[in-house]
Design a protein around this ligand. Structure first.
Ligand code: BDR
Ligand code: CA
Length: 312
């Protein structure tokens, strides 16, 4: 099994990443840290706790992380509704309070001596702070995988993807640190997640499971679909689980080592990921860029995880 620490901003698609992390047979989800992002830190944290409790996994420790970016700016989106997660109140059961120790201490306590993978599906603030303040944890990190960035158009600005735009300095800090310590960094950009759409067939598979939880899931994904229709998509991309899935099945991805950096100065391109796919700049690669994934297999695993979650 792969030990995973998930850092997220739940979030409709983040919620599905949690489900995959909890119920894929190859995954051992150690804990979750929440970050501001799709909505306020408060909402993101509560949404995380609600998802966990609704599938009977309140035992997973949750750390309440950063309220705003390293530069104290907060960006929000409307793509996930007011609470950041579709009618999250419907999910309430019981839940454990968040952990009252630092992220570093919580990771150490939960992982013990085991190595683990960090998957980031929101702004990278929590992990930048962790790496900056506790570099001794680096040897214990197997790899860092993040959902964020784009080599094409953006979704937060014409040039920037939402997670990176929310904290460009943090994302750059993570890139620099990984390079310095030769820590593997994997980028799951919009280019890739736009190929993993919640199409009719997948909605039908979720519907067939037919429980209260999957009814909610389906309605949540439909709401996500409506939000994406405004962006001229017929179906919504399931961004975040595609990042977590890499930790479990890297063999189902095609990757390329390339130089990527984050634009932190420019006004119009602030938060843009500069992705040198063709090596034009002749600079040393900074990360593994995922070019494609086996979409069919991704969905088979995702649906299976939802089935397991629905049993709780
Ligand atoms: C990313 O932004 C968020 O709105 C989603 O949860 C995803 O992590 C996509 O750009
Ligand atoms: Ca997210």
């Amino acid at each position: 099994k792969v030990n995973i620490w998930l850092d997220c901003d739940v979030g409709n698609d983040d919620a599905m990443a949690i489900i995959l992390g909890l119920f894929d047979p190859k995954s051992n989800l150690l804990g979750i840290s929440s970050c501001f992002g799709n909505t306020s830190l408060e909402n993101c944290t509560n949404n995380t706790l609600r998802i966990l409790s609704s599938v009977g996994r309140s035992d997973i420790p949750v750390f309440k992380g950063a309220e705003s970016s390293l530069k104290s700016v907060r960006v929000t989106t409307t793509a996930h509704g007011k609470q950041g997660l579709f009618e999250a109140d419907r999910l309430i059961k019981t839940f454990e309070p968040v952990q009252n120790i630092s992220l570093y201490d919580l990771m150490k306590k939960t992982a013990g001596d085991r190595k683990f993978v960090i998957v980031i599906t929101g702004p990278q603030t929590n992990i930048a702070i962790l790496l900056r303040d506790h570099p001794d944890i680096i040897p214990q990190i197997q790899e860092i995988i993040f959902m964020g960035g784009t080599s094409g158009f953006g979704n937060a600005t014409p040039n920037a993807e939402y997670n990176i735009y929310s904290d460009p300095e943090a994302a750059q800090y993570v890139i620099d640190t990984c390079k310095k310590h030769k820590l593997k960094l994997v980028m799951i950009a919009l280019d890739l997640t736009y190929t993993c759409l919640v199409v009719e067939e997948q909605q039908k598979r979720i519907k067939e499971i037919n429980t209260k939880f999957t009814d909610w899931c389906l309605e949540m994904l439909k709401e996500f679909q409506e939000a994406y229709k405004a962006e001229e998509f017929d179906y919504p991309p399931l961004h975040d689980p595609v990042a977590l899935f890499y930790a479990l099945h890297p063999e189902l991805y095609v990757t390329k080592s390339i130089f990527v950096t984050v634009e932190c100065e420019s006004k119009l391109c602030y938060g843009r990921t500069v992705v040198d796919k063709h090596g034009i700049l002749e600079l040393e690669p900074t990360l593994e860029f995922c070019r494609s994934v086996n979409v069919e297999e991704f969905w088979n695993h995702m649906i299976e995880a939802v089935k397991q979650a629905a049993k709780n």
